[in-house]
Design a binder for this molecule. Structure first.
Ligand code: ATP
Ligand code: MG
Length: 392
């Protein structure tokens, strides 16, 4: 029945002279999202609105699913578009529409007519009253409720006539491409994919870096991160994933420094390397899945120690979230099942029994001095030998 979707987007971002940038980015993201869906779609701006029109047969559920992952959309309205062949024909078509869209007729409704084309022979009040009447006559179980109807039946008279009554909730946020780009530190855990999702939701493009420690971490652990990047990419668009071999750096820190500082020192080198790649790739910030107090490396003292090595802003969208709230989002966005697969993580392998929870910066600096110039060489090698995988 439906061959078009009216795309509703948040008004707040559309004000002023930048409105077209927002809309163009949204159109681009909708086209990208619909590309893998079976069917042929035309996405366009028309009279201050965005529509996705399907040409011929297409996968309706696939299209709704894809549109539901586009940030910037607040509602997806499947719409029936009719030619204007007189009011009598319009009434018949609207009745046929309701009949098909709502097999169970026990509901209340209200007609919301809008006459964008002023030469239409009836005004909106007349359309509301006369269409309402025709519907009541056609379906004895249906009732009118002008205050709290179950269904708002929108009838918009333009060059053609647009009829819709369902709004499927969208993902919200801002279209990807309306903010800058940020580098996500993506591990195989639950948190970092959610963190990437949240920043992409604010309109940022995402690249990612994963620190891999073969042979201590397996190919399967790496594949899990690639899979997570692909899952986040369903929302954010393609992610360039940099896989950095971290083994030598980890082993060298392990041999050289007190073991209880290992996690913090490793985290500092991860941030330094991620920042190098971020700057190279014109990213405006880093993203991590950290949350205050979740583990030893995420106390406020530890966060301060990790933060110290970066000049780029570090976005930590989960900073005040409880674990359960993060789990809920990861289930909703579909990363949870992959995140809980039991493969080893490079942070856990060398982890001390009693890591420092309140690292002292002076002590950390002293440990890093012991690493000397050799660590800089290792960082350089890690950067040069990184593998790039496109996740989409
Ligand atoms: P997550 O669930 O995201 O793995 P976590 O609770 O395991 O987080 P940590 O291991 O302390 O927490 O990591 C904190 C953050 O550091 C992660 O959210 C992620 O952004 C980054 N990070 C940790 N390990 C790696 C890794 N191997 N590669 C890339 N980033 C990492
Ligand atoms: Mg982790």
């Amino acid at each position: 029945m439906y061959h078009s979707f009216l795309i509703k987007y948040a008004e707040i971002a559309t004000k002023g002279k930048n409105r077209y940038l927002f809309e163009d980015a949204l159109v681009k993201q909708i086209r990208r999202a619909l590309k893998p869906v079976e069917g042929h779609f035309h996405v366009m701006k028309e009279q201050g609105r965005i529509y996705a029109h399907a040409e011929g047969d297409y996968d309706y559920d696939g299209a709704v699913g894809a549109l539901g992952r586009v940030f910037g959309i607040v509602g997806i309205c499947p719409v029936v578009i009719l030619d204007d062949e007189g009011f009598e024909k319009l009434s018949q078509d609207v009745i046929a529409y309701l009949d098909e869209a709502y097999p169970d007729k026990h509901f209340t409704f209200k007609v919301m007519a809008r006459r964008a084309r002023k030469n239409y022979p009836k005004n909106s009040n007349q359309i509301n009253a006369e269409l309402g009447e025709a519907i009541l006559q056609a379906f004895p179980d249906i009732r009118v409720d002008v205050h709290h109807p179950d269904i708002y039946l929108n009838v918009e008279i333009r060059e053609r006539i647009y009829v819709y009554s369902q709004t499927i909730p969208g993902a919200g946020g801002m279209p990807v491409g309306t903010a800058g780009k940020a580098m996500l530190l993506l591990s195989g855990g639950i948190d970092s994919p959610v963190a990437g999702y949240m920043i992409a939701k604010r309109g940022a493009k995402i690249d990612a870096v994963y620190f891999h420690a073969p042979p201590y971490t397996s190919e399967r652990a790496k594949q899990k991160v690639v899979d997570l990047a692909k899952e986040v990419a369903r929302y954010s668009g393609p992610i360039e994933l940099h896989v950095v071999n971290f083994t030598d750096i980890q082993l060298y820190i392990y041999e050289t420094c007190p073991h209880d500082q290992l996690t913090i020192l490793m985290r500092r080198y991860m941030m330094r390397i991620a920042e190098q790649i971020a700057l190279e790739k014109d990213c405006l910030g880093l993203i991590t899945g950290e949350s205050i107090g979740q583990v030893a490396s995420q106390t406020m003292q530890s966060l301060m120690a990790t933060n110290e090595v970066c000049t780029l802003p570090v976005y930590r969208p989960l900073i005040a979230f409880d674990k359960q709230d993060i789990v809920t989002i990861s289930e909703k966005i579909g990363t949870y099942e992959t995140s809980i697969l039991p493969y080893e993580d490079c942070c856990t392998i060398f982890v001390a029994k009693h890591p420092v929870t309140k690292p002292n910066l002076k002590v950390i600096h002293r440990s890093e001095e012991k690493l000397g110039e050799k660590i800089d060489e290792m960082v350089k090698t890690a950067l040069e030998t990184r593998e790039v995988i496109w996740a989409e």
